[in-house]
Design a protein around this ligand. Structure first.
Ligand SMILES: O=C(O)CCC(=O)C(=O)O
Ligand SMILES: [Fe+2]
Length: 304
C-alpha cells in the first residue's frame, strides 16, 4: 500500500482542498505544494545536522532539565529499566515568540529555526482553517475556540546508524498529542512508518514534502472523525537520519472536547470527554510511548 499523496491541493481550500483529499477517517497527508522555498528547508536541515554532529559536551550545553520538555535530551523516560529510543533530539517551544527560551537555541541554528518556524505557522493557519471547515465551523472556528493562535514547538530528531536496526526503534509507536504535526523528513533515508490496518506501512520520503500527521486534539475535537495517526520511526543500518517535527497545539488553559458541530445525539453521540489541554499533556508525558490506544483511549466516554 502507498500512502496517499495529494499534489498540493491541500491548503488551497475549496479547490482540491482538504475536504477532498482527507479521506474520512483520514490517515495522513503529504503536502507537496506548500509554498515553502526549498532553500529554507535545506537551511534548517543543514543546521540540524550540524547541531547533532557536535561533540556530546557541546550539545549538553542545551540539555533539558529533568521534568522539563524543552532542550536537548530524551522525553518519555519513566524508568531506568526502560529500553530507550535510538535517537538524539532537541525540542524547542517556538511560538508564541515571547515564550522562546533562547538558552536552548544554539546560536548558529537560530536564524534557520526562526525562518522555518514562521513558514510552518503560515501553513498551520491555513490547515487550521481547513480543519474548521471540515468540522462544520467557519474558517476561523477552531481559532476562536482556541482563543487565538495555535502554539508551536519544534522537535529535531537525529537517528544514528545501528548495526542491528532490527533490535531498536528510533522513535517508539505513538500518536502526537497535538492538533496536528508537520513533519519534514530526510529526503534520502526512509524511517517513518504509520500503522494502518494493524500493519506498519513505510512513508516513503518525497523530497521537500511535508507530512501532516493528525494529532490527538483533532481526534477529540472532531469527535473521532479525524483520527490521530499512530506512527514510529525505524533505524537505518548505513545512514543516519534526520527529521524535524513541528507540533501545533492548543493553549495550556484551553479546554478541548468534541465541537458541537461534530456531535448529534442520534448518529454521532459525544465520544470523548473534555479536558484542559495542559492536563492532557501531563497525562501523556507521564507514560512511555506505547502506541496510540494509550493516548486517546483514556479520553473516551465509553470504553470501546
Ligand atoms: O522521525 C520521524 O519520522 C518521526 C518523528 C516523530 O514522530 C516525532 O518527533 O513525534
Ligand atoms: Fe510523532
Amino acid at each position: 500500500m502507498e500512502v496517499r499523496v495529494e499534489n498540493g491541493g491541500s491548503y488551497e481550500v475549496g479547490k482540491s482542498g482538504w475536504g477532498k483529499s482527507l479521506p474520512v477517517p483520514s490517515i495522513q497527508e503529504i503536502v507537496i505544494n506548500h509554498g515553502v522555498k526549498e532553500q529554507i528547508l535545506e537551511k534548517i536541515k543543514a543546521a540540524v545536522a550540524a547541531f547533532f554532529e557536535l561533540p556530546f559536551q557541546e550539545k549538553k550545553k542545551y540539555a533539558k532539565a529533568e521534568n522539563e520538555t524543552e532542550g536537548y535530551g530524551q522525553n518519555f523516560v519513566v524508568s531506568e529499566h526502560q529500553k530507550l529510543d535510538w535517537s538524539d533530539m532537541i525540542y524547542l517551544l517556538t511560538l508564541p515568540s515571547q515564550n522562546r527560551n533562547f538558552k536552548f537555541w544554539p546560536l548558529f541554528t537560530r536564524e534557520a529555526s526562526e525562518e522555518y518556524s514562521r513558514e510552518m505557522q503560515k501553513i498551520a493557519e491555513e490547515l487550521q482553517a481547513n480543519f474548521s471547515v471540515l468540522m462544520g465551523l467557519k474558517r476561523d472556528g477552531l481559532k476562536r475556540l482556541q482563543g487565538g493562535e495555535l502554539k508551536q514547538g519544534i522537535r529535531k530528531n537525529y537517528y544514528p546508524i545501528c548495526s542491528r536496526p532490527d533490535l531498536v526503534l528510533g522513535c517508539s509507536p505513538h500518536s502526537d498529542g497535538t492538533s496536528f504535526t508537520l513533519l519534514l523528513q530526510d529526503d534520502d533515508v526512509p524511517g517513518l512508518q504509520i500503522k494502518h490496518n494493524e500493519a506498519w506501512v513505510p512513508v516513503k520520503p518525497i523530497p521537500n514534502s511535508l507530512v501532516v500527521n493528525i494529532g490527538d486534539a483533532t481526534e477529540i475535537q472532531s469527535n473521532g472523525m479525524y483520527k490521530s495517526i499512530e506512527h514510529r520511526a525505524i533505524i537505518n543500518e548505513k545512514k543516519p537520519r534526520i527529521s524535524i517535527a513541528t507540533f501545533l497545539f492548543p493553549d495550556d488553559e484551553q479546554e478541548i472536547g468534541p465541537v458541537e458541530t461534530m456531535i448529534d445525539d442520534q448518529n454521532h453521540p459525544k465520544l470523548y470527554r473534555n479536558i484542559k489541554h495542559v492536563d492532557y499533556v501531563r497525562e501523556m508525558f507521564s507514560r512511555k510511548m506505547e502506541g496510540k490506544a494509550h493516548s486517546t483511549q483514556f479520553m473516551k466516554l465509553h470504553d470501546k
